[in-house]
Design a protein around this ligand. Structure first.
Ligand code: ASP
Length: 315
């Protein structure tokens, strides 16, 4: 049994592994781990405490996929509910649909009995209002470019916002019956256009899982994962016989062909049906976390750098 995730999943992996050890399913473990990330107010990229869109409203995306049945549930642009991963799971199990967005997703969440909460913490509001101090990272450059578009639309103060304003949680699990599941949850990037839904809610783009071949999920510039169907590509490369390392690298390399003025960082995590795992990033010095049924603690490992440069794009 194994559970892996993006580095911000650290707060949830033990809870997920406890469920796997108790004989619960990979889907249960993935949801339980992500719930703790969504409730973490210090994580400004997921759930409660997430950074808001350009109107100052927190909009959440999430998805979950069951590798046994290939059932999937997702929600996009959900406001006022702390746990989009649980709403996504209920979409998967209770409705003849795979994706609900906006008011329909919120109506369904109410029907399911999920509590309504104000997701915008004081700290997230402060960051929204005052901006993140930019640095020279690729993500900052990406944020700055996108913000130029938003500034034009909303008369935002062009000096106030730049910096790392992205993030998402990915969690994959392999249970004792050999079933895989993958979950993704995010508030998307800060200052996004209202109604924008990213890859985290799009099955095949930011999330894909099939017991036969493996599971993959993405963080980073969601529009690139949508256009390249990155998570599905990773899994299909594994279907063709590539190892998790080869499959992830191959799918990430494909991003180099995208022409995109906002070209930016992409990352993915991969879990194979036999428990092997790997993770990738287009930027150096990043990591992911994992835990097995024989380990006491969550462990960290480096992501493999896939030096994709966006070579078809202007610098
Ligand atoms: N992939 C997420 C999105 O595009 C954001 C991120 O992971 O940084 O919404």
């Amino acid at each position: 049994m194994v559970i892996i995730g993006s580095s911000n999943a650290r707060v949830g992996l033990k809870a997920g592994m406890d469920l796997l050890r108790a004989g619960q399913s990979a889907v249960d473990a993935v949801e339980a781990a992500i719930l703790l990330v969504e409730s973490n107010p210090d994580d400004h990229s997921v759930g409660f405490g997430g950074l808001p869109n350009m109107l100052g409203e927190v909009e959440l995306d999430a998805s979950i996929m069951d590798g046994d049945t290939l059932a999937a549930g997702a929600v996009g642009g959900v406001r006022g509910f702390e746990h989009p991963i649980s709403i996504a799971r209920r979409v998967m199990t209770d409705l003849p649909h795979s994706l609900l967005v906006g008011p329909g997703a919120e109506r369904f969440a109410r029907e399911c009995g999920f509590a309504e909460v104000n997701l915008l913490t004081d700290e997230a509001r402060r960051i929204y209002e005052t901006g993140i101090r930019g640095d020279s990272s690729e993500e900052s450059r990406y944020a700055s470019k996108i913000l130029k578009v938003m500034v034009g639309r909303l008369a935002l103060d062009p000096n106030r916002a730049s910096g790392k304003d992205t993030g998402t949680v990915n969690v994959a699990a392999l249970d004792r019956n050999g079933h895989l599941a993958m979950g993704v949850s995010t508030s998307g990037f800060a200052w996004k256009y209202p109604g924008r839904v990213g890859d985290s809610a799009v099955i095949g783009a930011g999330n894909y899982c099939d017991d036969r071949y493996g599971a993959a999920a993405c963080t980073g510039r969601g529009e690139m994962a949508i256009r390249a169907a990155t998570a599905h590509s990773v899994v299909m490369h594994m279907r063709a016989g590539l190892s998790p390392e080869e499959a992830g690298a191959r799918a990430m390399e494909e991003l180099d062909h995208l022409v995109d003025p906002f070209w930016s960082a992409m990352n993915c995590v991969v879990l194979a049906p036999d428990g092997r795992h790997a993770a990738f990033s287009t930027v150096p010095d990043t990591s992911y976390v994992f835990m097995t049924d024989t380990s006491e603690d969550v462990r960290q490992a480096p992501r493999r750098l896939v030096p994709v440069k966006g070579s078809r794009n202007p610098a």
